[in-house]
Design a protein around this ligand. Structure first.
Ligand code: NAD
Length: 291
């Protein structure tokens, strides 16, 4: 086991996955939760999960299940968790007031060199670190995609006051545990993944709601087409290879990209569900058929 300690705050779905990822790289991992039973459940679930992964030959890292389990322990004392940790991964529910309270508490006990990465999917790091009276430069977002054990992407998002060195260190740490980090230069709503995901969702929904294509067929466009391509090549790489370089691509096809883009409708107002409600049975049926 490596001597460096990693603290996980919140022992739910994502906290457990992070614990397994850090343990797979040999880190000493301590799990914390406000509910003591959550910690014991998490330790039991991790044990089952690691054995299941081993049986499927999907266990990560070079350590055995027994070794990885011995690297992970639990606590219900936040101060004990934080003490001597090089990195804390916060995984508490997506409630901004809960996050702000936790970060306020952490400000009083965290070490100057301890990085705090939040798993949040939606909140920019300034939203829950601005009120901290000290060490707010230690806070950033390290957003995984679910399930993190299988999907390696991690979005690292700094607040305006995050120390650049902590961003670099987090990126290195993610690489070390076998994840694939991307670093944003500044915080932005939705980070990168959700911005792209929402653009797709908006257009998919408009096309179905306007009766242009069925629910099953629009999903098939992703699963049998674009998704397969994007599993191998990013959009810019695709553009580059589709022409004599990316500049040539936009020279040749930019007019068409622009013309089609002009025909997109307004952003759907997702909370005005009446227009979309009639689609729900179709989506449900498609999910049943495809699963
Ligand atoms: P979860 O509900 O499964 O687990 C949250 C855990 O945090 C619970 O065990 C709860 O008891 C504990 N908790 C609550 N308040 C706490 C506190 N103050 N201190 C310590 N522990 C506390 O939630 P989750 O799905 O694991 O999500 C955690 C975070 O990860 C959220 O910010 C979420 O947005 C993010 N995330 C979730 C997913 C996903 O698909 N579930 C994907 C990426 C990121």
């Amino acid at each position: 086991m490596r001597p460096e300690k990693i603290g996980i705050i919140g022992s739910g779905l994502i906290g457990r996955a992070w614990a397994m990822l850090f343990a797979s790289a040999g880190y000493r991992v301590v799990l914390y939760d406000i509910l003591p039973e959550q910690v014991s459940t998490a330790l039991e679930e991790i044990e089952k999960e690691l054995h299941a992964l081993e049986a499927k030959s999907a266990l990560r890292g070079t350590y055995s299940v027994a070794q990885q389990l011995s690297f992970i322990s639990g606590t219900v004392e936040l101060s004990e968790l934080v003490s001597n940790a090089i990195y804390l991964q916060e995984c508490i529910p997506e409630r901004i007031e809960w996050k702000r309270k936790l970060y306020t508490d952490l400000a009083a006990i965290v070490g100057a060199e301890t990085i705090i990465g939040s798993s949040t999917s939606t909140y920019m790091p300034s939203l829950f670190s601005e009120q901290m009276t000290s060490h707010r430069e230690n806070v950033l977002v390290a957003h995984p995609l679910n399930p993190p054990y299988y999907i390696p992407l991690v979005e690292i998002v700094p607040s305006p006051w995050t120390k650049p060195e902590f961003v670099t260190r987090t990126r290195d740490l993610m690489l070390e545990i076998g994840q694939k980090p991307v670093t944003l230069t500044r915080e932005i709503e939705g980070f990168i993944t959700n911005r792209i995901q929402y653009a797709i969702l908006n257009e998919v929904w408009r096309l179905v709601a306007d009766g242009v294509v069925s629910v099953a067929d629009v999903d098939r466009v992703m699963t049998e087409g674009l998704g397969l391509r994007y599993a191998l090549l990013g959009p810019l790489e695709t553009a580059h290879l589709n022409a004599d370089g990316v500049a040539d691509y936009f020279q040749r096809f930019g007019g068409e990209v622009y013309a089609v883009s002009q025909t997109y409708g307004p952003t759907p107002k997702w909370w005005q569900v009446r227009r979309y409600r009639r689609l729900q049975p179709n989506v449900r049926k498609w999910c049943r058929e495809s699963s």
